[in-house]
Design a protein around this ligand. Structure first.
Ligand SMILES: O=C(CO)[C@H](O)[C@H](O)COP(=O)(O)O
Length: 208
């Protein structure tokens, strides 16, 4: 199981400091959607220049103009970018093609998808690299978590690697182990605690 740290609530210097503190324990660093909105892809580029060798995911949550936007993520230093599962089939197919032609990877975020089983089978057939269940902050606030939907996704894909995200804490270690995703995406439980180095190391020790 790979561990991805989602960096959502920092500025670019804060993101750099967080990467420095956690890089011994983290496999993939996510330049989160709020950073994309606040600092653009120039912020991503600065992180890439600072850390040439880390694996970087740009969480663009693409909805349209897929080939162009996927290309921009990679031009500014990403190794992986994201498109929404609710986007048009054509957009997801274009995004997969653009990512693979660039020798990079695409993650499909299933946030907001209603018929998860059917869409998971379709995403699998499109050849995406990762498919992620994602309980967003707005539903986390209502007490929801991603584990039930994750099991539906896992049961409906054969080739696509699975990822899980949405308010996950280390207290859920047993559920995480049972779910056994290829990629575990953690934001606040590492990024917003007093000692991110220790929190990341603990996740790696228990689950990595
Ligand atoms: O994509 C996101 C929000 O849209 C977050 O990066 C993702 O939910 C992981 O963060 P957290 O563990 O804090 O929920």
């Amino acid at each position: 199981m790979k561990l991805q740290l989602a960096i959502d609530l920092e500025d670019v210097q804060g993101a750099i400091a967080l990467i420095e503190k956690t890089k011994d324990s983290i496999d993939i660093f996510e330049y989160g959607t709020p950073l994309v909105i606040n600092f653009g892809l120039e912020g991503l580029q600065k992180i890439r220049e600072t850390f040439p060798d880390i694996t970087l995911l740009a969480d663009l949550k693409i909805m349209d103009v897929a080939s162009y936007e996927v290309g921009q993520a990679f031009k500014y230093g990403a190794d992986i970018t994201t498109i929404l599962g609710v986007a048009e089939d054509q957009s997801i197919q274009d995004a997969v093609k653009a990512a693979h032609e660039a020798g990079k990877e695409l993650l499909v975020d299933m946030i907001g998808v209603r018929d998860v089983a059917t869409r998971a089978r379709e995403i699998d057939a499109f050849g995406a690299d990762y498919i992620s269940t994602h309980t967003g902050y707005d539903l986390q606030a209502l007490g929801q978590d991603p584990f039930e939907e994750f099991s539906v996704i896992k049961a409906n894909v054969t080739n696509t690697k699975t990822a899980i995200a949405g308010g996950i804490k280390l207290a859920a270690a047993d559920e995480i182990k049972a779910a056994n995703p290829d990629l575990l995406i953690i934001g606040g439980a590492i990024a917003t605690v007093d000692d991110p180095t220790a929190a990341a190391a603990e996740f790696k020790k228990v689950l990595g």
